[in-house]
Design a protein around this ligand. Sequence first.
Ligand SMILES: [Ca+2]
Ligand SMILES: [Ca+2]
Length: 186
Amino acid sequence: MRLLVLLGLLGGGSAAVPMGPTWPEPVFGRLTSPGFPREYGNHQEWRWALRAPPGYRLRLYFTHFHLEPSFRCEYDFVKLSSGTKVLATLCGQESTDTEQAPGNDTFYSLGPSLDVTFCSDYSNEKPFTGFEAFYAAEDIDECREPPGEEATCDHHCHNHLGGFYCSCRAGYVLHQDKRTCSEQSL
Ligand SMILES: [Ca+2]
Ligand SMILES: [Ca+2]
């Protein structure tokens, strides 16, 4: 019997990795303007369509930002959008009343998609070195609802990577909608 157990252990050691839920591929990377850290050219138009697994969002921040400044960023710009919603249009080097530069801000997608566009116009008054940005997918904490919005769960909310689930206090049962708690009928 003991020998069988030992053989079993040895066999297990060489067996394939047990099947389980597949971990989402890590999503992360670096984006730069063309030619970075050298100056970027005129007439550039680049677009990156970043996608996170379901239940995740994308976080992006800049480690370098130096674009031609212009009123409302009409000349050269980096635009961040999620679906049809524009999150930011960025240019220059420092924010002013009418233009936004990223500074130390961190940007988050709404849902799993983040589109980054870089455009330059036909001229630069002096050389500009462009941008460098890093992004990564991170879990959405569904249990942290913004103030003023209805709670995700009636009673207890449990966040996990890629999703969440609800549970109820003793004496209550979870409704089929997986969010509502109703008193247990005897
Ligand atoms: Ca320009
Ligand atoms: Ca989650």
